[in-house]
Write a protein that binds this ligand. Structure first.
Ligand code: CAA
Length: 257
C-alpha cells in the first residue's frame, strides 16, 4: 500500500516508520492513524522482522492529536465513535516498538511515544501534555501512562500547567530510557532495535509481554506469571542454543523456535 502520512522502510530485521506530515508537525489525524496501525500490524506479522522503530522529524515526533480535526467534534460523535480508542491498536503489537523522539512530543505525540515499549530521546526532545491550554485534557492515555511513568506530582504538574519537559528532565523522571545527540538518534534507535532483533524472537516477545504484566497486575501475580513464562522457555530450541553457545564460547545462532 502507498502511504501518504508515513514513510515505511525495512533495514535488515528492523522495521522503521517515520511519521510524515511535516506541514502539520506530524499532528495525528485519522488518516495517519489508519496508515500507522496498518504498517505496524504488517511488521508485527512479518516473520523476518524482529523489532520496530517509530520516529518523526527532527522538529517534531508529533505535536499532538490533530486539533483542526477535533475542533468541531460533538460529544455524541466522540462518545458513540469511542474517539481515540483505535490508538490502542499500537499497544496490541507483540514485537518491541521503540519510539525515537526528536523535537516536540506533545499531547497525543507524547501519548503515542508512551504507547511504545521504550523511548530514546534526542537532546532536542520536548515532552508535554498541553491539552489543558485547549480546554480539554489528555485523551490518548496521558493521564494514566504519564502518571505511571513519572509519578503523580510530576504528572499533575505537566497536565495541569501544560508545561514542557526537556530531554534531561524526561530521562531523570524515567519517561525515556536514554538521551542521545539529535544527530545520532536514528542510528542509536536502529542499533538498539537491531540488537533486540538479533535475539530469539519468541523470547523477546515473551519478555515484552511479561514486563507489560507489571503494569496490569499485582506483584504476586506478576511474579507467578514471570516464572511460568520463564519455565516455558525451556521448551524452546533457542534456550538450548543460547546456553550451549555460552558454554562452548561461541556466538549463538537463534532459530526463533
Ligand atoms: N494539530 C493540528 N495542527 C497542528 C498541530 C496540532 N496538534 N500542531 C501544529 N500544527 C500545525 C500548525 O497549525 C501550523 O499549521 P499552519 O502552518 O497551517 O498554521 C503548523 O503545524 C506549524 O505549527 P506552528 O506554526 O505552530 O509551529 P511553531 O514552531 O510556531 O510551534 C508548537 C510549534 C509549539 C508545537 C505549536 O505548533 C503547538 O503548540 N502545537 C499544538 C500542540 C498541542 O497543543 N498539542 C496537543 C493537541 S490536543 C491532543 O493531543 C489531545 C490528546 O490528548 C490526544
Amino acid at each position: 500500500m502507498a502511504y501518504e502520512n508515513i514513510i515505511v522502510e525495512t533495514h535488515d530485521k528492523v522495521g522503521l516508520i517515520r511519521l510524515n506530515r511535516p506541514k502539520a508537525l506530524n499532528a495525528l489525524n485519522s488518516a495517519l492513524l489508519a496508515e500507522l496501525a496498518e504498517a505496524l500490524e504488517a511488521f508485527d506479522k512479518d516473520t523476518s522482522i524482529g523489532a520496530i522503530v517509530l520516529t518523526g522529524s527532527e522538529k517534531a515526533f508529533a505535536a499532538g492529536a490533530d486539533i483542526k480535526e477535533m475542533q468541531t467534534l460533538e460529544f455524541a460523535d466522540a462518545y458513540l465513535g469511542d474517539y481515540f480508542s483505535e490508538w490502542e491498536r499500537v499497544t496490541r503489537l507483540r514485537k518491541p516498538l521503540i519510539a525515537a523522539v526528536s523535537g516536540y512530543a506533545l499531547g497525543g505525540g507524547c501519548e503515542l511515544a508512551m504507547m511504545c515499549d521504550f523511548i530514546i530521546a534526542a537532546d532536542s526532545a520536548k515532552f508535554g501534555q498541553p491539552e489543558i491550554t485547549l480546554g480539554v485534557m489528555p485523551g490518548m492515555g496521558g493521564s494514566q501512562r504519564l502518571t505511571r511513568f513519572i509519578g503523580k506530582s510530576k504528572s499533575m504538574d505537566m497536565c495541569l500547567t501544560g508545561r514542557m519537559m526537556d530531554a534531561t528532565e524526561a530521562e531523570r523522571s524515567g519517561l525515556v530510557s536514554r538521551v542521545v545527540p539529535a544527530s545520532e538518534l536514528i542510528d542509536e534507535a536502529m542499533k538498539a532495535a537491531g540488537k533486540i532483533a538479533s535475539f530469539s524472537l519468541p523470547v523477546v516477545m515473551m519478555t515484552k509481554e511479561t514486563i507489560n504484566r507489571a503494569y496490569e497486575t499485582t506483584l504476586a501475580e506478576g511474579l507467578r506469571f514471570e516464572r511460568r513464562v520463564f519455565h516455558s522457555m525451556f521448551a524452546l530450541e533457542d534456550q538450548r542454543e543460547g546456553m550451549n553457545a555460552f558454554a562452548e564460547k561461541r556466538a549463538p545462532g537463534f532459530k526463533n523456535r
